[in-house]
Every structure is written in C-alpha cells, then in structure tokens.
Design a protein around this ligand. Sequence first.
Ligand code: COA
Length: 332
Amino acid sequence: MNQQLNFPFGVKLNGLGSSVPSQVVTNQDLEKIIDTNSDWIESRTGIKKRHICDSSLGEDSLSLSLEASLKALGDTPASEIDLIIVATSTPDYFYPSTACRLQSKLGATKAFAFDLSAACTGFVYALVTASQFIQLGTCSKVLVVGVDIHSKILDWTDRTTCILFGDGAGAALLERTSADKNELLSHKLHSDGHGGEDLSAKCVIGGYPLGKVEKSTESVHMNGRKIYQFAVKTIPESVSESANLAGLSVDQIDYLICHQANQRILDSVAEKMDWPREKCLSNIAKYGNTSAASIPLAWSEFANSIPSGSIISIAGFGAGLTWGSLIWKWNK
Ligand code: COA
C-alpha cells in the first residue's frame, strides 16, 4: 500500500547542487598534527581526504549553502521560492537562522525560512518536511539545504573523532506536481533521545554561572562503537520499513543513498540487505562525514549515473539519536 496516495498533490525534484570548501585535508596531512596514520583511517572508515573551511577565505555555512542553492535553482528565479529549510547543527549564528540569511542572499523575497536540527539525519527530515508542505498544497517550490561545518566544533587533538568529519553543503529544489507524478513514495522518521549522550556537542553559554563566558561550545563527544552498532542495526530496518510503506520489497530498490559516515557501515548495510556493495552509493573517500550535507552531496554526484525510473532509498542516521528513510522514484 503506497503511503502517499491520499495527498492532493505530488512532489518532484527539480534541481540538485553541492559545494565544498577549497581546502583539502588528506589523511597524510592529519598525520602531521595528531597521532594517527593514514592506513588506519582508510581501513577503518574508507576516508582518504576531506574539505575543511578556511575562514580567511570567507568560507562558512552561508557561503557553502549559497553556492549549493544557486546550483540547485538553475534557471528558477529565487523570487519563486515559497519556503527554505536548512538542515544544520553547526550554524554560523544561533540566530538569525542560516535559512533566513540564505533567503536574504538569494533574494527569495516571498519565502518563509527556518533551520531544522536533526544532525546527520537533518537532510532526510528536511526533505520529508518540505514534501509535506508541497503535497498539502501550502507551497509549490521549496529549497532544501543540508550544511555542516563540523571542523569548528571538533577537538583536533581527539583522533577518535576529528579524522571522521569534513565540511560541505548540498541543496535540492522540490516542486509541486500532480498526485499521479509524485516522486516521494514513502517515508518514516524516528528519534530516540535516550541515546543522546552517545553523540553530542554541548552548547556552553555565558551566564552559567552568572557573568562567566569561557567558550561558546564544547567539541564533539562520541561513543564510536555504540554509534556504529546503532547505524548497522537501524538503517537496514528503516530501509525495509519505508520500502514496505511504498508497497515495495527491498529487492526493488535500485540504489541506497545513505548518510556517508563510514564505508564499513555502508558495506555492512549492503551485506544485511543481501545487496551488491555497489548498490550503496559512496563518495566518503573524498569528503569524510559531512553530516547533514552528505546525502545531497552524494545525490548530486551520482544523479547523472542513476537511470531515470530507478527506485532510490535515501536514509540517514545521527545524533539525537535520529534516523529515518524515504523512497524516491528517480525522474531525471
Ligand atoms: N588513528 C590511529 N589509531 C586510532 C585512531 C586514529 N584516528 N582512533 C582510534 N585509534 C585506535 C584506538 O586507540 C584503539 O587502539 P587500542 O586498541 O590500542 O586501544 C584502536 O584504534 C581501535 O579503536 P576503536 O575505537 O575500537 O576502533 P573502531 O574499529 O571501533 O573504529 C570508529 C572507530 C570511530 C572508526 C568506528 O567506531 C566508527 O566509525 N563508529 C561510528 C562513528 C560515526 O559514524 N559517527 C558519526 C555518526 S553520524
């Protein structure tokens, strides 16, 4: 039974774009600043390099979001956008939101705009949220962005976390279509706040105690093994669940675009699903874990090689804990 049959409108993808900072940091570069080695990083994670923002070049969440958004918009005037949702956990400001700042830069004058926080699952949450606005008829064009600059909240002396992450942004332009041309076939999102401590970056703001301002955030804390186990359990379950809601079997899924956190997680998902490894698309070697940006970065990169009509599963997991997936009928 297709979960989406009762909406008056359908949603379709009309553009994808991505952006990464210019500075490339290889595993060998990391060997020079922390006690690690390139082979360990590559064999345990699949990561060979990542892009890291250089603030002296003006690179930040806004600049990456803007470049990715302009690519996703293509010829569509920004003045036609009804809503901008930015999924991020590492905004440049507590407020205004990255989405409002992006709205201003784009000149998307009629849009309302907000940020959404679901860590590495943020882009999946944002795609589903945007689609609901479109399918109910409230909006006809929605820009969805995933952006994270994890480099600014990493402890660069902690080799168990700092080697994993990279910076980047990705964007998708969603548009209203008729219900019979709907591309979002199903979705299911999950949260479990009990696991929050396993992956966190705490805000520490002045005033606790009164008047003391020491630093504005603490760096990333992670129980790597628990997060690994969480991912390899929940992603196969989630993909099966959303396939079922679309009235499909997992064998009918042509490609999985999963959050890119670790190549071993992707390989384990493929094994559990009894799929060939190649079905789980991967570009983690080049970018590392770019958090909310990883799915649109991968989607943009592989868009040209995915045949039209393919059934894609898009799945995310991350801090919260949060996870979820959706099924998309790819129409080039
Ligand atoms: N370089 C070299 N050695 C390292 C290292 C590094 N960067 N990081 C850890 N090690 C060492 C450890 O100190 C340990 O040494 P010991 O056996 O002498 O104590 C050894 O490598 C094994 O460490 P362990 O933590 O057990 O490695 P692991 O196989 O679990 O891999 C992760 C660690 C982080 C790669 C893995 O747990 C993981 O990917 N987890 C999921 C993380 C994730 O995806 N987070 C984001 C989710 S959105």
